[in-house]
Design a protein around this ligand. Structure first.
Ligand code: ATP
Ligand code: MG
Ligand code: MG
Ligand code: MG
Length: 485
């Protein structure tokens, strides 16, 4: 089943169960002060759970573009190193707002996975919340009983509060969740580990695919729980992970979601990508290729949704992700010229039918990425040389914060990029001193607002210089949105 079919099968299935299919919300949130990027399917429905708004339908399903690069959910460090955490990914979800509850949710999840997608039951495990006396929340007997009617007991594992209890905040709707994990280990891998607590063993080929949250409590200000009058279901399934399972591969990058991007990177750089385990230099090449294939999606979708790279806020997060990708290419794939922008055509061809914005904004996205690449590449070489000298000169493992700041200030190295490069050398830098240097510089140069205004002017000038035959209307619309950030 190709990824288009995987996606449409999910949506068709829930439509057949009475769900209204809605489009993904933008990846960048403009009106939620608590969240910079959409990081789960439920974010756009938050107000329904809080009872502040009424949904169009009590049953909704969709695929949501998510980005997990900041705040509580930050997977950036894992990306490319493992094969199943991405910065940007799609979360397939179904919701019940005060309608069906555990029984239907679990039965449908099982029906979809085993009867429609025809996943072998013997590779599935589920988790159920074990309860917590201290926190005054009970064991989820109801979910346990439902699962017991579907699978053998030794495939139902208990999970603790961290993994199996979901809370929106210190107060408000909350409840236990039940996850579905899939075991795609090879026979050799299986021979090495066995036992009940597989899921908690963090084996890279035993992966969580679907989380079903059952909101049935309200956490009150005094910390106690009361039953909610209306109970809700909120589920999220990792689309790329599901494709991995259904396409019989062991890495999200070996699916058709990433395949064309990887092929294009290989063509553009002349490097080799090796599926499965790679060692030594090839492992570094593999990681770099995965990082770039991943990061270009995050950056391209953010720009298509109106978030240009900049020096502040969400724009800076996007710039950092792109710079991280550029540097991986520069160091491990020997790319000394802009090339990431060329991947946007591949991405648009592949994702455009499900997410038309990427096709509509393709030229803008390409131009912005190319400009960013050129600007950063101009200083990257010098910056890396400086960092190399600093590493050589430093005695011990900690680089002075002022040096890391110099790289940031003069060469545009985001601090997490400096940290990453140092980490590759078994080193770190002094963060407190970095922050101090940053504070002093800000005081000197009067305020971040100037930086962001200036940033806007630069981006705009560059676009006008280099955009040939570009649709100015779209450009203006983006600039205006960008300005409001
Ligand atoms: P994990 O434990 O693997 O980090 P999670 O528990 O943080 O996942 P949830 O918040 O429960 O994930 O999100 C629902 C689903 O979204 C997960 O079951 C998983 O399939 C998928 N998912 C979560 N984070 C990522 C990511 N960074 N990249 C790709 N898919 C993800
Ligand atoms: Mg996680
Ligand atoms: Mg998890
Ligand atoms: Mg989870």
């Amino acid at each position: 089943m190709n990824s288009q079919e995987v996606r449409s099968t999910f949506l068709d299935f829930f439509q057949s169960k009475g769900h209204l299919i809605v489009p993904s919300a933008p990846i960048v949130l403009k009106d939620d002060p608590t969240l910079m990027f959409n990081n789960s399917g439920m974010a756009q429905f938050k107000e329904y759970f809080l009872g502040n708004a009424t949904p169009k339908s009590k049953r909704i399903a969709d695929t949501q573009k998510c980005l997990r690069v900041s705040g509580k959910h930050n997977d950036l460090e894992e990306v490319g190193k493992d094969t199943y955490h991405h910065t940007m990914f799609e979360m397939l979800g179904n919701w019940s707002f005060g309608d069906y509850f555990k029984k239907e949710a679990i039965h449908w999840a099982w029906e979809l996975l085993t009867e429609v997608y025809k996943i072998d039951k013997d590779i599935l495990y589920v988790t159920v919340f074990e309860g917590s006396k201290e926190e005054n929340v009970p064991f989820d007997q109801e979910a346990w009983d439902i699962w017991k009617s579907l699978i053998s007991e030794d495939r139902i594992l208990l999970g603790n509060k961290k993994d199996n209890f979901w809370e929106m905040g210190d107060q408000g709707p909350c409840g236990p969740c039940s996850e579905i994990h899939v075991d795609i280990r090879s026979a050799e891998e299986k021979a090495k580990v066995s036992g009940r607590d597989l899921v908690n063993n963090d084996h890279p080929h035993v992966v969580e695919i679907w989380n079903n949250v059952f909101m049935e409590f309200n956490r009150k200000a005094d910390g106690s729980l009361e039953k909610l009058p209306a109970r809700h279901v909120d589920t999220g399934m990792g689309f790329e992970r599901l494709c991995m399972v259904l396409q019989g591969v062991q890495s999200n990058y070996d699916t058709d979601v990433f395949g064309p991007l990887i092929e294009k990177i290989v063509t553009l750089t002349g490097k080799k990508y090796v599926k499965g385990e790679a060692l030594g230099e090839q492992e570094k090449t593999n990681i770099a290729i995965r990082v770039i294939a991943d990061h270009v999606r995050a950056v391209a979708f953010a720009i298509a949704d109106g978030q240009l790279p900049s020096n502040t806020g969400a724009g800076y997060v996007i710039r950092r992700i792109l710079r991280r990708a550029i540097r991986y290419g520069f160091t491990f794939l020997d790319t000394k010229e802009a090339f990431i922008f060329e991947l946007v055509d591949t991405l648009a061809a592949q994702m455009g039918s499900s997410f038309p914005e990427i096709r509509q904004q393709k030229d803008l996205v390409k131009n912005v990425i190319r400009e960013e690449e050129n600007a950063f590449l101009r200083t990257l070489d010098q910056g890396l040389q400086l960092l190399d000298d600093v590493v050589k000169q430093t005695q011990g493992k900690e680089v002075p914060g002022a040096k890391a700041f110099e790289l940031y200030d003069t060469f545009g190295f985001p601090k997490d990029l400096t940290a990453l490069i140092l980490e590759e050398n078994g080193m770190s830098y002094n963060e407190a001193d970095f922050d101090k240097a940053m504070f002093e510089q800000k005081t000197r140069s009067r305020a971040a607002s100037e930086v962001s205004t200036e940033d806007w002017v630069i981006v705009r000038e560059k676009m006008e210089e280099s955009f040939v035959g570009y649709d100015l209307l779209v450009n203006e619309a983006h600039i205006t949105r960008y300005r409001q950030v």
